[in-house]
Design a protein around this ligand. Structure first.
Ligand code: ZN
Length: 269
């Protein structure tokens, strides 16, 4: 049991497309936490790197044979030489690493994800966050537990947003976006007037590259293959998991809030 005011960190997890964001919004407002998404961290550090104006071949900082970056000192030295007036080298340094993987299209290894995550997590004193998209592998879970233990903080609970594979596939495959105003439609559940063009812009709606059946199956596989064993580790470490339904009969803000809080309240003092 934890006091409501003593909540330090909550993990929100679930399959891609399960409906995590509305639940994250509830936790952010109920407990005064900040959303920490790995996707946003990556974009933020890559942004710092891009803004710095650093020029050079990033391949030079990666040791292909040993499949790792060259020593941190070498990367730091190269940045300092080119940008001597830079006050804080750290965001550019981390951004360089993130950018390398973004450019190469390669899978980001745990150690790089962990490094970026730890930096951001430390900014809040390792507490005060809703973790979103992290940890997604057993290695990341072990690292998170280590970080919390080392810094005297904790993960209070995990909210698992549950949704069936079928519903996620149906929702995602039918999704169509207006390339102009970004409005989201669905061929079955929320079609535009003629089913083809955006009502406001008249532009033809498109399917996002990530919304094909093949890509969704890949993400679902990743959930069963990586995220489930990740949750096992956290549960064994004594962190309670509450399951929240991602699909609601009537989707209102109040219904979402209630569906989350009625599962969490029994765990609170
Ligand atoms: Zn539009």
């Amino acid at each position: 049991m934890v006091k409501r005011s003593d909540i330090q960190n909550i993990i929100v997890t679930g399959k891609s497309g399960a409906g995590k964001q509305p639940r994250i919004d509830v936790l952010v407002s109920e407990f005064g936490l900040e959303q920490l998404s790995t996707g946003n961290i990556f974009r933020e550090y890559v942004g710092s790197f891009d803004d710095s104006g650093f020029k050079g071949d990033l391949e030079a900082f990666y040791d292909e044979i040993n499949d790792t970056f060259v020593k941190d000192e070498f990367i730091e030295k190269a940045i300092k030489e080119q940008l001597p007036d830079l006050e804080d080298i750290r965001p550019v340094f981390l951004g360089l690493k993130a950018k390398y993987f973004m450019n190469s299209g390669r899978f980001v290894p745990n150690r790089t994800t962990n490094e970026l995550f730890a930096e951001y997590f430390s900014k809040g004193g390792y507490k005060g966050f809703v973790l979103d998209g992290y940890p997604r592998t057993p290695d990341q879970a072990e690292f998170l537990l280590y970080l919390c233990e080392k810094n005297g903080t904790r993960i209070d609970l995990i909210v698992l947003v549950n949704n069936s594979d079928k519903l996620i596939i149906d929702r995602t495959v039918g999704r169509r976006i207006c390339p102009s105003c970004k409005k989201v439609h669905h061929i079955e559940f929320k079609p535009s007037r003629d089913g083809i063009h955006c009502d406001d812009c008249g532009v033809e709606l498109v399917q996002r590259a990530d919304d094909t059946a093949e890509r969704i199956q890949m993400r679902l596989f990743e959930f069963y293959d990586k995220v489930i064993p990740t949750l096992d580790i956290l549960e064994k470490a004594g962190i309670p998991i509450v399951t929240v339904e991602g699909n609601l009969e009537v989707f209102t803000e109040e219904n979402v809030r209630r569906s989350v809080m009625e599962r969490i309240d029994p765990l609170l003092e």
